[in-house]
Design a protein around this ligand. Sequence first.
Ligand code: PEP
Ligand code: MG
Length: 323
Amino acid sequence: QKAEWAKLVNEESFTADNHHVELAANIGTPQDLEGVINNGGEGVGLYRTEFLYMGRDQLPTEEEQFESYKAVLEGMKGKPVVVRTLDIGGDKELPYLNLPKEMNPFLGFRAIRLCLEEQGMFRTQLRALLRASTFGNLKIMFPMIATIDEFRQAKATLEEEKQKLLQEGVAVSDDIEIGIMVEIPSTAVIADLFAKEVDFFSIGTNDLIQYTMAADRMNERVSYLYQPYNPAILRLVKMVIDAAHKEGKWAGMCGEMAGDETAIPLLIGLGLDEFSMSATSILKARSQIRQLNKADMEKLAAEVLQMRTTEEVIQAVQAATQM
Ligand code: PEP
Ligand code: MG
């Protein structure tokens, strides 16, 4: 099987009925690029920049960040690279920021909430990204967006830094797509409104599932409620994809669900455009997608959206795909 998958390294990802999707990789550092290339990644769908900030005792400088972003953009040779701005908090701590302990860190002062307040830290990252933008195909993504206002503020800050750089005579790409993670239910619910303002969505199911089901993604006691195939989750995913398409935008997914073999047929059926997963899952997913018929998966997805339980959904997928 592995040998069969290896033959697909230089192939693009098409369904049996010739529908194209992009299979991209999640990375944490420039060192992960080798794995992306060896596994035939068509892009980077999520560069988790928090690793640049972790395991040290002070913030990374603009220069250090610039070097990392540039290395990834150059390494991907013009293929899309979605860089997510700092998503610290929740399960990812930065001791040197000395943030007060919170009762509910996953519902607390994290990610974009922190960045919009710690302007200096945020602007340093944005400048590094903008300066790196001419070295490849950069797309910038904001994490944990809960309101349209947060997106507008983040985008305005980015625009300000861009204008400053241009005034300083620094080259900045003029076609950087700006998107958001959809990982908070409020954002999924008004995805139609967000879609008028963003260039793309990437659905972060790791968090979207925990917030929708009110089940901590790290808590074993409630792991039975952490249900990727729950029709509630699938309906939210559909809303986000449909909203994007209605405005001519693309929708990806960068949570674990994007690389899950039971979810993939449904996501193909729902029309997901980009799947971002750990590099080692890409070839297996590509091989699976080549066997699927988009038209059949659309029917399957429509049926599944009317089901009531996770078990029914899993059975329907297995029956339809002979898994
Ligand atoms: C997600 O929430 O699905 C996601 C990809 O982000 P992270 O796992 O880094 O929170
Ligand atoms: Mg997340």
